[in-house]
Design a protein around this ligand. Sequence first.
Ligand SMILES: N[C@@H](CCC(=O)N[C@@H](CS)C(=O)NCC(=O)O)C(=O)O
Length: 339
Amino acid sequence: MKKIILPVLFGMAAMGVSAPSASAATLDDVKAKGFVQCGVSQGLPGFSNTNDAGDWTGIDVDVCRAVAAAVFGDASLVKYTPLSAKERFTALQSGEVDVLSRNTTWTMSRDTSLGLNFTGVNYYDGQGFMVRNSLGVTSALQLDGASICTNTGTTTELNVADYFRANNMDYEVVAFEKADEVVQAYDSGRCDVYTTDASGLYAQRLKLTNPGEHSVLPEIISKEPLGPVVRHGDDQWLDIVKWSLNAMINAEEMGVTSANVDDMRNGDNPGIKRLLGTEGAFGEAIGVSNDWAYNIIKQVGNYGEIFEANVGPDTELGISRGVNALWTNGGLQYAPPIR
Ligand SMILES: N[C@@H](CCC(=O)N[C@@H](CS)C(=O)NCC(=O)O)C(=O)O
């Protein structure tokens, strides 16, 4: 045991964060308190953001809701903890949140040396650049000497360093902890460029004084697979979060939606029966009821539905499915089968 745990602790100590203190039985803790505590952003439209009524919405929020639907049969049993990029991993390690669903990139160092596990990918992204149209720049390769606004505690600074070095360009980073500070600094002209995940650029552009005066450049300089994260050491909870997301992706592939899930449940397609719990005991195997995925799809929707509702072409973000299409449609979204 010590052999496995010590390097993790040393790694974390070196990064200035403490060891996980929450017990391994997250499911028991969650059931005892009656809700899932979900770590989200401090406000990123389409991903995790409060609406006019003060309710959290977004594709990351829907992952939290799916987990609550799986555990309690009630997607509303979630409490949200807004976290800056810098705070998010400590909050998960310390047990302040049960799951982190906050536009967080799955990287090897985060997955291995922070005492955390990534459970899947709910949005495939990549880092981009946004500039004022008046700058007359149409390619990132014209950014030599630019000042670049970004968030601390993210993957973005290293990606920028790699990209500018590889292309022999100079730059100056202006970094802030809070995303709204980055938006303000960029909006007020303190830097030429705003860089983060491309989805984040579309989302944050909405907050600028004149969104139409800014464009996202065509270059995508990194891989940013964004997904939910849990603590190391609790495989049951890892399974619940992982399969809640997989259930939504499988449901889309099988044509099961929030609107037709009741009819589908009475059909005789064996794959759909396994998904919806009328055949097998797949819920019990992860510690929840066998209608766990039925509850997710009925109350939250399949993956395509949550994409369209939160970030798709008909939303203010207006993002097309692109690489987030199902593998059957030429995209990357693919879930292992329920069987
Ligand atoms: N995916 C990257 C970037 C995540 C990130 O923090 N992005 C900023 C800019 S889009 C953000 O979430 N802002 C919203 C907030 O901090 O609440 C990572 O995991 O490091």
